[in-house]
Structure formats: C-alpha cells, structure tokens
Design a binder for this molecule. Structure first.
Ligand code: NAD
Length: 489
C-alpha cells in the first residue's frame, strides 16, 4: 500500500476501492497539503464488510480455540512492533503530532491493546453455583461467555491507533469479528493494520475497515446496518446520541466513550513543580486533543498567582515544528475545521470577559508550515463558571484557571458540569486525596499523576461522558454475551 496516494477499504482480507469509486481527500494538518485520496464507503461497501464479518463468524474464526486466538493476537502485537516505523510514520502523517508522543505512547499502546486482552480471555474464570433441588440430587449452574458477533467500531481522530485498537483488541480476543469505521481525518493506521492481519494469518473477514464520514455516510450506514450486533464508539457526546438512536433499532448494545470537560485540582500542599508539570501535560499534550485532558484548572488561593505564572512559562516554551523533527514538542490541531472551532472559543473567551494570560491566537509559522492548522497554547483567568469556555468541551490546547478556598468548594466546582470523564488531583495530603476522589463525579481520578494507565482497570465516563466500562475483564461485559447453563444432576 502506498500511503501517500490512495487509501482503500479493507474488506474480507482485500484492499478494495469503493463500489461506486467515490473518494475524498485528506489534508496534512502540518502544512495543509493534500496527503492522500481515501476511498469513501457507500451502503454497498458497508454491506460487503458486514457480510464478510458475518461469514468469518460462521467459518474458521468462529470455531478457533481460545489458545489459538490468543496466539494470533500475540502475533498481531509482535507484527505491529516489527513494523513500528511504518505505524509511527502513518500516525504522524495523519495527526501531525510530534514523533516522541507517537513513539512513546500511541503506537506501543496499540500493540499492548492486543496482548492485554489476549491475556484476559486466557485467564478469566467462569462463575458456577451448586443449587439444591427437591429430589436431593441438586443441579449445577455455570456461565459461558460467547462472542456477541459482529461489532461496529467507530473511532475518533485524536489518538487514532490507540483508541481503535482499544476496541479491536478485546473484540477479537473475545472471538468477535469487527467492521471499523475510523475517523475520516485519520484513516492510515487502521488501513495499515489490515496488512498486519493478513501477515499474521487472521482469517479473512475478521477485521474489516470502511472509510468515510459520519452522518448520512459510512458511520451512520454502519450503525444502522442490521447485521451489526453491537456498536462501540469513541467520540463526541452528541454523536453518541445519534448512534444510540440508530442502535435502538434492533436493540443493539452500545459502549460509549464520550467527551469531557475535565477539572484539574491543585491544593496548596502539593509538590509544586510536579503539579505544574502534570497540569501542563494534561492541558497541552497532543495539542489539547485528549478526552482525558484538563480544560478547567482550580488552584488553591495561596499558590494561585505563582501557579498561573509557572504554567504560562511552560506554555510559552513549547516548540512548534514538523512531527518527524524530534526537537518539536507541539503539533497542529487535526484540521482547519477544528482550528476554526477552537479559535471561535478563543474569541468567545475574550468576549465573555476573560483575562488572557497567554496565547489566544495563531502563531507566526515559517512559510512552509503556514498552511497547517496551528494555534497557540492558551490560558485564561477571571471567567465565571457560567462562561461557555468553562462549561463546554473545546478540545484544544487551552484552559481556564480559577482560585478556590476550600475542599468542599472545589468539589462543587468540579462537579458542576454535565460531563464526568476524568480528574487529576494534586496534593500531599493522602486523606484529602481519598476524600476528594470519592466525591468527584468522574470515571477516572488520578492523584499526583495524569494519564497513567493500567489497562486492567475499568475505564469510562460518568454522566454525559459515556456508557459502560472497558479495560481488563470489564471489556468482557460488552464484547461477550454471558449465558447460563443449568445441569440437573
Ligand atoms: P466525532 O463524534 O465527531 O467523530 C467520531 C467518529 O464518529 C468519527 O469516525 C465520525 O466519522 C463518526 N461519526 C460522526 N457522526 C456519526 C453518526 N451520526 N453516525 C455514526 N458515526 C458518526 O468525534 P471526534 O471529533 O472524532 O473526536 C473528538 C471527541 O471524541 C471529543 O469529544 C473527545 O472528548 C471524544 N473522545 C472521548 C474519549 C473517551 O475515552 N471518552 C477518547 C477520545 C476522544
């Protein structure tokens, strides 16, 4: 596959053009130049991919032992590692993010997503219950876990390979077949994974990729296809609402990892430098395009001014540049469209009366990068909690910082939001850390850390940030159907 030219669908083990030859152009976030021509799936392509997946479930794949599946998934992880440079290049081209983030986090996590769930299915135990019966002989109940069938996987653009494999790994480990619709912004690594599947010998039709857009396009056609048994989705909350309506037809199960407007809470007794570093990473990593990222920072009043000044210094020291240059620490936003959205919030913050601490616009870039979707890291103070930039997910490199005076006050502030994905708390007081962690309404709380992930733990959002939990054995709840067998003895 020549990634710089024409990206095809991957259906039934073959790279195929769209049935009606439709395609669209993907542009580089770094310089705005056309990057690739992508096949665009219509209903016929979706139907072909779903049919291939259903056929794989009826064929060899559906009959494989767990041991053989586990071997194959280890093979996928090893092959990703062997082709590490290809995956890094593809992810850099798609997202424009600096090489070091992609090399250290995004691609290794993609490979790990296959191993961890292979280990889970190999080691998980089944429950059983002996019961009494009137004749005194008794009965034995036990549970079996069957694959759900064909899983529709709809993934976003912000960490494309990590987030897509976070679903494909457990889906395949549990014995399902998948049809993946990657984000229209980032199709490269999902397509490359097709080559890996063929090399390793994953049976045809187990892993399929269809490219295209969301509403009234590939994404919606997939979620509405009756041959899809369940849908796992990561993306915006309002897209989740649309997908939930589609899934209601036929009573299909959903697992949703959605948006966030996460609070970072910094107490005066924290280790100051570690807190500045942690909050800096949580606001600006991946140019702020991380669902777990912090866009609301609450700092206890005695250290407020010092903290704002320190974060400003760090934000002004980022190094813009091409992703493959290892000196770059900061990349562009994913697209011009997303930049327009982020810049509209930058303007709104000023209209709403914010004090601009740093940033707020577009950086001066050298001519060859001027066509990229670059924005400045931005910090505001002085806004009320009712301001749009304090309430709504921006998904950009920006935060609002506000002082607080008590533990109760900051918990109320953190919870006064419709989202509930993650929180990062900075304090040296262990009792306080426990107290706050118990009362913050989120799926994931980090104390004196951020984005430290053990893949065996439950992951998901509270309130409007998601439905269900994935990770470790929790993923089995969604990717398998548990059935009871009762044997009269
Ligand atoms: P998005 O919702 O716009 O798109 C995500 C995917 O859904 C894309 O593949 C898109 O084509 C598809 N889609 C859009 N409309 C659809 C429809 N009607 N039917 C079917 N598919 C449709 O999200 P995005 O902009 O790609 O990603 C950013 C969002 O993802 C942010 O809100 C972020 O917080 C969230 N996110 C959440 C997590 C998490 O774990 N909770 C992780 C990463 C990103």
């Amino acid at each position: 596959m020549d990634q710089s030219r024409h990206i095809l669908h991957f259906i039934d083990g073959e790279f195929t053009a769209a049935a009606d030859a439709s395609h669209f152009t993907k542009y580089s976030p770094v310089d705005g130049r056309p990057l690739a021509k992508i096949a665009e799936a219509g209903r016929a392509d979706i139907a072909a991919a779903v049919a291939a997946a259903r056929s794989a479930m009826r064929g060899e794949w559906g009959k494989l032992s767990i041991e053989r599946r586990v071997d194959l998934l280890y093979g996928v992880a090893d092959e990703i590692t062997r082709r590490f440079d290809d995956f890094v290049a593809a992810e850099m081209a798609d997202t424009g993010q600096p090489a070091h983030v992609i090399e250290q986090v995004f691609i290794p996590r993609g490979a790990a997503n296959f191993k961890i769930f292979a280990d889970v299915v190999k080691n998980v135990a089944a429950e059983s219950f002996r019961m009494a019966t009137p004749d005194g002989r008794g009965a034995l109940n036990y549970a079996i876990r069957n694959p759900k069938g064909v899983i529709g996987v709809i993934s976003p653009w912000n960490a494309p390979f990590l987030l897509m494999t976070w679903k494909v790994g457990p889906a395949l480990a549990c014995g399902n077949a998948v049809v993946v619709k990657p984000s229209e912004e980032t199709p490269l690594t999902a397509t490359l994974l097709g080559e890996v599947m063929n090399t390793v010998g994953i049976p045809k039709g187990v892993y399929n990729v269809v490219n295209g857009f969301g509403p009234n396009a590939a994404g919606e056609f997939l979620t509405r296809h009756p041959g899809v048994d369940a849908i796992t989705f990561t993306g915006e909350t309002r897209t989740g609402t649309a997908i939930m309506k589609a899934a209601a037809e036929g009573m299909r199960d959903v697992s949703f990892e959605l948006g966030g407007k996460n609070a970072g809470i910094v107490f005066a007794d924290c280790h100051f430098d570690a807190a500045v570093d942690g909050i800096f990473r949580s606001v600006f990593l991946n140019t702020g395009q991380v669902c777990l990222g912090t866009e609301r920072v609450y700092v206890e009043r005695p250290i407020f001014e010092r903290f704002v000044a320190a974060l400003k210094t760090r934000a002004e020291a980022v190094r813009y540049g091409r992703p493959e240059d290892h000196a770059s620490t900061y990349g562009p936003l994913i697209s011009q469209e997303h930049r327009d959205k982020v810049l509209s919030y930058y303007r709104k913050a000023i209209d709403e009366g914010a004090t601009l601490v740093t940033g707020g616009g577009v950086p001066d870039m050298p001519a060859e990068l001027a066509g990229g979707s670059w924005v400045q890291p931005t910090i505001w103070t002085g806004l009320p909690e009712t301001a749009a930039v304090v309430r709504e997910e921006i998904f950009g490199p920006c935060c609002h910082i506000r002082p607080f005076d008590s533990e109760d006050e900051v918990i109320d502030l953190a919870n006064a939001n419709d989202y509930g994905l993650a929180t990062t708390i900075w304090t040296d007081n262990l009792s306080r850390a426990h107290r706050v962690a118990e009362r913050v309404e989120v799926g994931v709380t980090w104390v004196n850390s951020w984005f430290l992930r053990d893949l065996r733990t439950p992951f998901g959002g509270s309130k409007q940030s998601g439905i269900g939990r994935e990770g470790g054995v929790h993923s089995l709840e969604f990717y398998t159907e548990t059935r009871n067998v009762c044997i009269k003895l």
